[in-house]
Design a binder for this molecule. Sequence first.
Ligand SMILES: NC(=O)c1ccc[n+]([C@@H]2O[C@H](COP(=O)([O-])OP(=O)(O)OC[C@H]3O[C@@H](n4cnc5c(N)ncnc54)[C@H](O)[C@@H]3O)[C@@H](O)[C@H]2O)c1
Length: 366
Amino acid sequence: MGRVHTEALRRLGNVEVIGVAGRTAEAARKFADNLGIERATGNYQDLLADADVRVVHICAPNDLHYAMANAAMQAGKHVLCEKPLASTVAEASSMVALAKQKGLANCTLYNVRAYPQVQNMRRMCEAGEFGDIYVVQGTYSQDWLLYDTDWNWRIEQGPSRTFADIGTHWCDLAEHITGQRITSVCADLHTFHKTRKKPKHSVETFAGKTLQPNEYDEVAITSEDFGAMMFAMGDNTRGSLTVSQVSGGRKNRLFIEIFGSKASAAWTGEAPDDLWIGHRNAPNEIQIKDPVLMRPEARSYTDLPGGHSEGYPDTFKQIFRRFYKRVMDAKAPVDYPTFEDGVRQMRVLDAVLESSQKKAWATVQD
Ligand SMILES: NC(=O)c1ccc[n+]([C@@H]2O[C@H](COP(=O)([O-])OP(=O)(O)OC[C@H]3O[C@@H](n4cnc5c(N)ncnc54)[C@H](O)[C@@H]3O)[C@@H](O)[C@H]2O)c1
């Protein structure tokens, strides 16, 4: 994600990426040289001590978010942190409190919100074009951890993996689009691979299949490969979601659809410029992203005319643009996902874990 953030930042034009911290000085230097960044260090504290650094982007593994964000805020830096915000609700809540106390801008990277057609869908919903929302459903499916030879740090950072990694995006999206909150959940998290082959040495992601038997350890796994969840939302909305990292052929399929009393809508990150609108008594529509055809409130999320694709990298640019406006002007609107949104999804995750453990519905604490 360091690369994605760097590239998106540079497209803003008014932000300079002046340094990068990595796990080792060598890794950081290599990354910096590849992207033409001046300063590189193997110790992120060096960047926090650097008076030229005003903003810190945390793109490290989840279990480092809390310590890094705290240290950055203590040093007076504004912080953008990748999702999930922290490892526990308590950690995430204390991050919110510290940001407030220090008066610092803060962002949790729920970037999926910033696709133009997602914003369009949200504003159509807000304007009542779908009527009362009855059903919200979808999936987030990937295949990169299908085999027991597939390995990544996420596998060992429980208690949740697939839900914490991608389910969290979907739940934030469902709440953002509908303006409603998930109130209770009935979830089932499942681990198909009870053991996995952990490489003895660090390997490139996806290189696991080429390993020989003497190059790995057999490790017991508790984090889930798959999760299913029914949920209640707002006063009278129901929904369901599946999340999976073992769905062959589905590289990164986020799909969401909503069914309302007047109309329906569906969107997938695999074809982000298209919004499907469903009708009972008229032909269905496919609306192709075109600022002129979008709800006026959503238009600022598209920089290109109709027929010109905007995708994943653009979502970061849109969020960063809004965030840095706020950094430069404390009176600018907070129209990006914040640490509070990060805490919110930690609470949903907590309810999912509780429900799956108890095999019963669980309430999302507010
Ligand atoms: N918003 C999104 O679309 C999205 C997509 C993928 C990942 N993510 C999030 O981004 C974060 C990183 O995920 P990733 O897939 O890029 O992981 P990754 O393993 O590809 O990269 C993590 C990087 O952090 C570095 N690192 C580890 N310890 C460090 C330390 N102490 N100091 C400095 N650097 C350190 C590693 O060397 C590695 O380069 C995770 O929180 C993940 O959930 C978000």
